[in-house]
Structure formats: structure tokens, C-alpha cells
Design a protein around this ligand. Sequence first.
Ligand SMILES: C[S@@+](CC[C@H](N)C(=O)[O-])C[C@H]1O[C@@H](n2cnc3c(N)ncnc32)[C@H](O)[C@@H]1O
Length: 295
Amino acid sequence: MTDRTADEIREHVRNSYASRVRPVLDAPEPIQLVSAGDACCGPDCCSTEAEATTLTMVAPATDACCDISSGDDCCGTASGTEENLTRVEALYKGTDTSDLASSITDVAFGCGNPTAIAALQPGQVVLDLGSGGGIDCFLAAKMVGDTGRVYGVDMTPEMIALARKNAGKVGATNVEFRLGEIEHLPVGDAAVDVIISNCVINLSPDKDQVFREAFRVLKPGGRLQVSDIVWTKPVPDEIKQDMDEWAGCIAGAMLESEYLGAIERAGFERISSDPSEYEGREGIASAAVVAYKPE
Ligand SMILES: C[S@@+](CC[C@H](N)C(=O)[O-])C[C@H]1O[C@@H](n2cnc3c(N)ncnc32)[C@H](O)[C@@H]1O
């Protein structure tokens, strides 16, 4: 374990994610321009604002500047990168993310796709630990529908601000984002059917406390379904001390067996894990973990 205090670790992690999300949060909304009478504006529709003199400007409804159905993504986004788009496409393969704004996909920092395997049902209450820009909350919101509810908790104020802005963009009315630490969840006892989380618990300096809190807020029979980074061999000492590796989801990650042991200590049963190689780094895996609170 590192010799930093829990507060120092959380502060470093918070600052790291705040600095990654700020450019997206502060980016001006893309201007949507279309040629008068033209359904799609063509490849150079958004090159300069000055072109607005010959183009019709329309209120932004989504991030795309053109008729999205034409597949012509001519503007790109203020902060989007091809690299991140490809990463999100790979991570969320088989899940329709086409209606998610770039201010959601650009800050998708997960290592799995928990909602793909969570088999969420209409009417369920879902909690996302470390919800970031909200990607998994918005996917879950579609699955639980109007009769369900999704809560996202994150300790980084900038993430919460962006997620709330994103909720407005996608028109999600059954999602709520709350500022807080996953070690001290701002959620009542036995209030949640399913907890999801994507690449977050490894960042906590006190995983036992996170799993105790998860247990507390789940209803009896409720399910914990998370994607997270785990080690499949002992973590090298020099990595454990590196705070940037911690914020990068590597140094704080536990051995898979210890991770599952912490879940069991919190009281969960029927615990299983399905690890797969993570970014080609030896000894590091992305694990899909499932556990249940006893009835
Ligand atoms: C790697 S990102 C993942 C975000 C999101 N789950 C996703 O898939 O895009 C980690 C997120 O967890 C949040 N986080 C890290 N440690 C936390 C803690 N102890 N309590 C609450 N949020 C935390 C960070 O602020 C950040 O938004």
C-alpha cells in the first residue's frame, strides 16, 4: 500500500479527473450550421463562424452539425478525438451509443461495459459508483425506463456538473447525479436494486468501506455488477507509490483474489469474476464482477 493518506489519494484522483473533464465542461456548444434548403451541410459546413453569413444557423439539438442519419460527421466536436471514439466503440461494442453526445463519450473513462451485462429491467433503481460524465447512467436510464430511476455518485464537482449538463442534452429525466464519495454514499439504506460501476473502485483508498456501503444501500437480493481493474500478479512496489498510476486506475487496483475477498467480507454472496486482458499490460486485467446481497 502507498504511504499517502486516504484524503491525499482522493485529492490527487479528484484533481486528475477535474483537469481531464474541464476542457469538455468549458467547451462552447458546437454551432450547428446548415446550408439554406440543404438537408446536409456538406464537409466544410462548420469551418468558420464567418460562413454563417451564407449558411443558416440552427439551434443545437445534438452535437452533430449535419443530418446525423447521413453519417456525415462533418464538424467533429470541440474536444473529441478519433482515439477516444475508437476506444468507446470498442468498449461499448454491441451497445447503441450513437445518440450520446460527444460531451458524454469524450469523458468515458471506463474499462468495461457494466450495463451490457447487467440485464437491467424496467422499473429498477440503479446506482452508478463514480458516474463520471454519466455514460453508464444514460445507458441504464434507457433500460429501466420512466418507472425506474438511476443515481450517479461522483466526488469530482466538475464531473457532476458535466453529467448534469449531459442529462439535459439527452433529455434524461429519470437520472440524478449526486456529489459524494463512494466510501460515504449519499443514498439511503436498502434503496437500490442494482449497483453498477465502471473502473472506479480501484481508485478508492478504502475498498472495504466501499463494499460495506454498497451492501448497505442495496435491497435484500440486490446485485453488485461492476467492471474494474484488478491485478492477476502482485503489484510492483514502485507502481504502488506512483500517484499518477493510481489516478490511471493501476496503482490502487487490488489482486483479483483480494478484491473478491473484500466483497465477501462486506457480506455479499454468489460472487463471480470474469477477468480479461487490459490494454496488453502484463498482470493487469479488466474484470466483470457480480455479487449479490443475501435475501
Ligand atoms: C475512471 S473514471 C470512470 C468514470 C465513469 N465510470 C466512466 O466509465 O466513464 C473514475 C471516476 O470516479 C470518480 N471517483 C474516483 N474515486 C472516487 C471516490 N472515492 N468517490 C466518488 N467518486 C470517485 C472520479 O471523480 C471519476 O469521475
